[in-house]
Design a protein around this ligand. Sequence first.
Ligand code: UDP
Length: 414
Amino acid sequence: MLPRVPVQPRRIEQYRGIADQEVLEEIRSLARSLKGARLVHVNSTAHGGGVAEMLYTLVPLMESVGLQAEWRLIQGDQDFFTITKLFHNALQGMDIPITDEMKMKYLAVCEENASHFDGEYDFVIVHDPQPCAMIAALEGTVYRKAKWIWRCHIDSTYAREDAWSFLKAYIDRYDAVVFTMKDYVKSPLAVPHVAFIMPSIDPLSAKNIIPEKRVQSDIARRYGVDENRPIMLQVSRFDPWKDPLGLVDCYREVKKKHQNVQLVYLASMADDDPEGWHYYQKTYKYSAGDPDIFLLSNQQGVGNVEVSAFQAMATVVLQKSLREGFGLTVTEAMWKRKPVVAGRVGGILLQVEDGVNGFLVDRIEEAAEKVCLLLESPETARRMGDAGHEKVRRDFLCTRHLLDYLRLFRRLTT
Ligand code: UDP
């Protein structure tokens, strides 16, 4: 058996009054027709990154509406995760050739994990490239009787041809695939069902409940951040696509005008992302001992409550991504009524309406200019924050996400 990730129960009724009533009603009616369906989500990490974040909510919510839902993890060694991160980077357009050696190692680990796959399911939902090829090793077995769904969370618009075509041979074996945006489907797929589903946040998770003011102050003090001075915040893994060095450049531009500004960068080191420490070191060096730059991670005890507290204390939230499958951190900040200054890329375009609930930027100077504008105009910041909150309530809550999954399950069974 692949190891199972334990999750805390959730009840769909808890979302009454937060999510739209029509959404809850449709969930109830669809769930009735899917009652008892067995499903498993498979991915490569229970910590760090957006996929794990969402599964902690979606899995218990699926259970709460009458499905039998599980979450299981594939296992891999350091080499495997280095290779899958290279795939990830190549799929996001980085110039990384995919060698035969990489393919062989990747396939061997997928096969090994497939040999531990067990259990009877109606739906198997495989997240991202790491476990994608497992399906090939299970062709012809009883496990393949389930409907297999591949859920891609990354921005593959600019995928390198070799990486995409290698993976496509496996994607094409699925019964359905799910992308966040149409643009991410690099070339036509031979899959019967292609769906587009946007990610979501859980308004009731520790990540999204705003801690009391006193708790916020304690957290700021613990990390040496001055909550009475402006805070520019970015919450992301240390990853080239999150542009940590560009973020420091942006802060330096802002600092020329606003000497009291601080930059807080919160990162979680994901188990399946071996690049984290390398980019942390690079960013640390680049910060050159600036006492107003705070690079903090889960290693220093930054967990959900701390992330939420800093998002609540931030004056402006940045997401200076160069590629972004979706950017849950943007959604989380908008939910907390924060104006966001974010790269004009990928899934961020689904969330940030330029000039309405935040600003979309292409260049560092432009990002700095928008941050200055928001520091100088709290009224604009407040108006944008309110608009962002309502946008998330309408479009990016876990209840809508659950509904989209139920609709897909129905499509696959009728
Ligand atoms: N995150 C966190 N602690 C950190 C950094 C990130 O909990 O120190 C969470 C963040 O709040 C968000 C997720 O990790 O929920 C990142 O998801 P996103 O879609 O922004 O990016 P990904 O890492 O999936 O590319």
